[in-house]
Design a protein around this ligand. Structure first.
Ligand SMILES: Nc1ncnc2c1ncn2[C@@H]1O[C@H](COP(=O)(O)OP(=O)(O)OP(=O)(O)O)[C@@H](O)[C@H]1O
Length: 333
């Protein structure tokens, strides 16, 4: 490679300097990259060949039933559990590298903070542990963002569970992390608190902070996540963007006068189910926007009376249940 004018003026660069410049020119590493993770506890397989990545500024949801391996994966990513196999990079560095971990904010599933400290003192402690400097005003803003502005000087021992979880969120966010890992962040929160978390996540995303979130509240995940990984018995059962996972649309119709030809026409549009005069057609994603007018015209031409036509997008919850209820070995829908 020909050195640029600046390099020529400064004389020949050392190998280390040249490598550092090359690295500086690379796009930032993904926030999380993991490959082939495995973990067994005695005879119990908790994580079985799991690979995925989380990009900068991306909100990724980890979903799955109890015991699917979500928390174990989070702990492996954070270097808190040693995997039997597999590799992890956090922000481009090995998970055990303190320089990577200092840039990661973490809210554990089971959170407990020093009951004798005030909320302000807990935040100050975690800022010092992360080895960064965060002005007091910014720490106060962080407590305000989680709704604890008026409890900043109170001891944590007197906090309700939901208030402790709010404090945990502030702890995860206060040291200006580049990656935030939240294990069930809204399990103790009231509806207002859940809405606050949603806003916080969207604000993080706008600042290019990556978020990995484990939650059973699928509606929330659907609202904030760009991508999801669905786990079942330690394995990835499905993954992708919400558009990819929810691409399938259904058409619900209420019809009468449906003869054999009309039923065949409906079945040609997609997988058909019928409950008396209610028909549901699962539309292939690529045709979902174009199929309806032609189908309705054809049905009317075949003498069918059309009472209602409703295109419906399946929810993440419906999709999750259909994936988890599919027989093992069967192609996941
Ligand atoms: N420390 C441990 N010792 C033994 N088994 C464990 C341990 N931690 C997890 N497991 C087992 O690993 C499996 C996955 O557990 P994990 O906590 O990762 O699931 P999860 O998806 O987070 O579940 P939940 O939604 O209930 O929190 C379970 O069968 C669990 O019993």
């Amino acid at each position: 490679m020909t050195p640029g004018p600046a390099a020529r003026e400064a004389g020949p660069a050392s190998g280390t300097e040249a490598a550092a410049r090359l690295l500086a020119d690379l796009p930032p590493a993904q926030a999380v990259w993991c490959s082939g993770l495995r973990k067994r506890y005695r005879r119990q397989t908790a994580v079985d060949d799991v690979s995925f990545s989380v990009g900068r500024g991306e909100v990724m949801g980890l979903l799955g039933p109890n015991g699917a391996g979500k928390t174990t994966i989070i702990k492996i990513l954070l270097g808190l559990v040693r995997p039997d196999a597999g590799d992890v990079l956090l922000l481009g560095r090995p998970a055990r590298d303190p320089r990577a971990r200092a840039r990661v904010g973490y809210l554990p599933e089971l959170f407990r903070y020093q009951p004798w400290l005030t909320a302000t003192e807990v935040l100050g402690l975690h800022v010092r542990l992360a080895g960064v400097t965060v002005p007091d005003g910014e720490q106060r803003e962080c407590l305000a963002a989680v709704g604890l502005a008026d409890r900043a000087g109170d001891r944590v021992g007197g906090f309700s569970k939901g208030m402790q979880q709010r404090l945990g969120l502030a702890v995860a966010l206060v040291a200006r992390p580049e990656l935030v890992v939240l294990d069930e962040p809204t399990s103790a929160l009231d509806p207002l608190g859940r809405a606050d978390v949603r806003d916080l996540l969207l604000a993080l995303k706008a600042r290019q902070v990556a978020v990995l979130i484990n939650s059973h509240l699928i509606g929330e995940v659907e609202r904030v996540c760009d991508r999801v990984v669905i786990l079942d018995k330690g394995q990835v059962a499905a993954s992708g963007t919400l558009a990819e996972l929810l691409g399938r649309r259904e058409l619900r119709l209420r019809l009468d006068g449906v003869n054999a030809d009309a039923e065949a026409r409906l079945a040609a549009a997609g997988r058909l189910t019928r409950d008396e005069d209610s028909f549901t057609v699962a539309l292939p994603a690529e045709q979902a926007n174009t199929v309806v007018p032609d189908l309705v015209a054809d049905l009317v031409g075949l003498g069918v009376r059309v009472h209602a036509v409703e295109p419906v997008r399946i929810s993440l919850e419906e999709r999750l249940l259909s994936i988890l209820r599919a027989d093992p070995g069967e192609d996941r829908p």
